[in-house]
Design a protein around this ligand. Structure first.
Ligand code: MF3
Ligand code: CO
Length: 247
């Protein structure tokens, strides 16, 4: 069931979402050759806690860290560890913060030093997919219009959209209804109501969309080892558009 939020609840959501935004910037400023993903995780956790919030991912279904750090062919849910980032890598940072009884959720993909043209285009197109996905989104929009627009833009650029992972509603729980796929048919799905809070999160791969999950039980990687990117914001559907809470 989609739980539509009151203005009071949306007011409470603003702070965890602002903390997500600021943590992503804080971590992004520390992405450089030589840093490990565990170091990025530690600085994210410290920063989130310094703002009086809790990293929602830590302990979620047994997840062992505060952020997901997915490098190159890793699509999502990369577990931070001793891996050293190297010039030419890309790393997606996905994190959630819990405060005031609500979760915020966001993701960005960062370049490590200089990256090749394909990775540059992938990062750009993935962010563009987010903006295409929410173009025209407002109360009354059919849910799958979002994914249809994301898929169209990704595929027009020669990229693929993963099917196994999707966006979602968010609020008092990190994952609420509805699921928000990054693919679908325009004009279908439930008509979204004002006050619905969604995480729109294109996960785009440069090659084929086939993936597998590593033996760690979390890290999703492309089978063809081509790079992947991720861009996510938490937003409120309004009568006349959207209000993005993590920008
Ligand atoms: N932002 C991710 C999501 O929407 C958070 C994953 S946290 C994890 O699913 F604990 F599941 F890894
Ligand atoms: Co999410």
């Amino acid at each position: 069931m989609i739980y539509v939020k009151s203005e009071e609840e949306i007011g409470l959501l603003r702070e965890p979402c602002a903390i997500v935004r600021d943590t992503l910037a804080f971590v992004g400023a520390r992405v450089r050759p030589g840093v490990t993903t565990a170091e990025l995780d530690a600085c994210a956790e410290e920063y989130i806690r310094s703002r009086g919030a809790v990293p929602s991912c830590l302990g979620y279904s047994g997840y062992p860290a505060s952020i997901c750090a997915s490098v190159n062919e890793e699509i999502v849910h990369g577990i931070p560890g001793g891996r050293v980032l190297r010039e030419g890598d890309i790393v997606s940072i996905d994190l959630c913060a819990y405060k005031n009884g609500f979760h915020g959720d966001g993701a960005r993909t960062f370049a490590v030093g200089q990256i090749d043209a394909e990775k540059q285009k992938l990062i750009r197109v993935t962010e563009e997919c987010f903006w295409k996905g929410i173009e025209g989104l407002r109360a009354g929009t059919p849910l799958y219009d979002i994914g249809a627009a994301v898929q169209k833009h990704a595929e027009e650029n020669g990229f693929s959209v993963v099917r196994e992972f999707v966006g979602h509603g968010i609020g008092r729980e990190m994952h609420e209804d509805p699921s928000v796929p990054n693919f679908g048919k325009r004009g279908t799905g439930v008509r979204l109501k004002a006050g619905t809070v969604l995480c729109v999160e294109p996960m785009i791969v440069a090659g084929a969309r086939a993936l597998r999950v590593l033996d760690d039980g979390w890290t999703a990687v492309t089978l063809d080892k081509k790079p992947a990117a991720h861009y996510e914001n938490t937003l409120v559907v309004r009568e006349d558009g959207v209000e993005i809470l993590t920008l």
